[in-house]
Design a protein around this ligand. Structure first.
Ligand code: FES
Ligand SMILES: [Fe+2]
Length: 461
């Protein structure tokens, strides 16, 4: 590794076509291609297209009319993951999934079947179960208002005082069933009964995640926090590493940021890859391997001669986590062990297949100015003993620090997420105060945000 300072400036009058400029120095691809335990080919793949450079109007984040249109035209007809299969392992287990006014009751109806029903009684509209609740042991669905009930397959079971409803046809007085699909341990629902199949929505995800079996993970931590911002503004804060320089500067010594890779696949899936265990190109002086090894928390004297700090760090982590988690990580690629690998699935989910960063995010709007951000930590299922039960949800209010959750502090990310939350307060206020009409995005590092808005427009169109 050199010690010279990189020149990160590209002249403003560069002749390069827009979107082609990249951070000087080694790219993420250069770094992971040299890893001792090689990455899967999908991580050496790149997929970027220039999608324009017009400002993204701020009204998209502040207008009630725009928000209402999203509810009516997008949330009503896009695939969203509602729960994990592990949340409903037994017949009669259920989860209520809500977004905006829509509510689905997702229930296991036999050992191999999961169904979703509109959470509204066909009689007079009562919700069968309260929003955001879950439970078990349902043999049938009984409405708490007048006691009508339905079998788990959605067919009518009983109407009290049946004599008063001669006009009700049992064949049609069924629960309204919604399309569902499963992928990698996640149960997806769509509020559009004519929705195209989930597979079409997932685009490259099944192929890329063939290497990473998230159904063999379990939810070891689950937090839900109200965040101060429009749901899109908040998601966007997690789609780029450009902000690491100013927001998380303490991470620069061990995180690739300006040289992160951004990929756009189809309409629904985008990705970033940024290295952890490799220094930022922004550092005034690139560290030696021994210095980097020390930054990664090790005694530099223990780095074998000629060894790569990144590789040695990954090797030590493989050994430690294999024991701690009772799994075999010996063949896991260095990049999957260390790096921040994030796939965004439109509209509201991010999946990180990494081992050290095994996150899943889900974002849902609360109102124009607030959203709910859920963070799940997905650990590999141990080789021995029963499958651990998924963690209960820890609710965090808008002013609660992530540092109040010891298990999240232990991941090292609580401080980072608190820093992101501070940004959201300020950005929400700044957007409203702006005399400018929209935000100006970088062509490459913020390209995923542009794709996200283009796809949203297709739904709203
Ligand atoms: S509203 Fe459900 S039984 Fe009356
Ligand atoms: Fe951040």
């Amino acid at each position: 590794m050199t010690t010279k300072r990189l020149d990160l400036t590209i002249p403003a009058d560069s002749d390069l076509p827009p979107g082609i400029a990249r951070c000087p120095g080694p790219s993420t691809k250069d770094v992971i291609a040299r890893d001792g335990v090689a990455p899967p080919s999908t991580l050496l793949d790149a997929s970027y297209r220039f999608l324009g450079d017009a400002d993204i109007p701020y009204a998209r984040y502040t207008s009630q009319a725009f928000y209402d249109r999203e509810i009516e035209r997008m949330w009503s007809r896009t695939w969203q993951w509602a729960c994990r299969e592990e949340h409903i392992p037994k017949v009669g287990d259920y989860v209520v999934y809500d977004v905006g006014p829509y509510s689905a009751l997702v229930i296991r109806t036999d050992p191999a079947t999961i169904r979703a029903f509109v959470n509204s009684c066909p009689h007079r509209g009562m919700q069968f179960c309260d929003a955001a609740t879950h439970g078990s042991g349902k043999q049938f669905l009984r409405c708490p208002f007048h006691g009508m009930s339905w079998h788990l397959d959605g067919s009518l079971r009983e109407i009290p005082c049946r004599w008063d409803f001669p006009h009700v046809d049992e064949a049609t007085f069924r629960l309204t069933e919604l399309p569902i699909g499963t992928w990698n341990g996640f149960v997806f629902v769509n509020f559009d009964r004519d929705a195209p199949p989930l597979d079409a929505h997932l685009e490259v995800l099944p192929a890329h995640f063939a290497e990473w079996q998230l159904q063999d993970r379990y939810v070891s931590l689950h937090m839900a926090k109200v965040l101060p911002g429009n749901w899109k503004m908040v998601i966007e804060g997690f789609l780029e590493a450009y902000h690491v320089l100013a927001t998380h500067p303490e991470g620069l010594r061990t995180a690739g940021d300006a040289n992160a890779q951004y990929d756009i696949y189809g309409r629904h899936v985008t990705r970033f890859l940024h290295t952890i265990g490799y220094p930022s190109p922004h550092l005034p002086k690139q560290p030696t391997e021994a210095e980097l090894f020390a930054y990664l928390g090790h005694d530099p004297a223990t780095l074998p001669d000629g060894a790569s700090a990144r590789e040695q760090h990954a090797a030590l982590m493989r050994k430690r986590l294999s024991t701690e988690m009772d799994v075999d990580l010996s063949n896991v690629s260095t990049t999957q062990m260390l790096d921040s690998i994030e796939y965004h699935l439109f509209p509201n989910a991010c999946f990180f297949p990494g081992i050290n960063i095994p996150l899943v995010y889900r974002f849902r709007p609360i109102d124009v100015d607030h959203c709910l951000h859920e963070i799940l930590w997905l650990k590999p299922v141990p080789k021995h003993g029963p499958r651990p039960k998924p963690a209960d949800v820890i609710q965090l209010g808008i002013d609660d620090s992530y540092k109040t959750v010891p298990a999240f502090v232990a991941t090292g990310l609580a401080h980072v997420l608190d820093q992101d939350t501070e940004n959201f307060h300020r950005q929400r206020a700044g957007i409203k105060a702006s005399f400018k009409t929209g935000q100006t995005l970088g062509n490459y590092q913020e390209a995923r945000i542009r794709r996200f808005h283009a796809t949203l427009d297709e739904y709203l169109g």
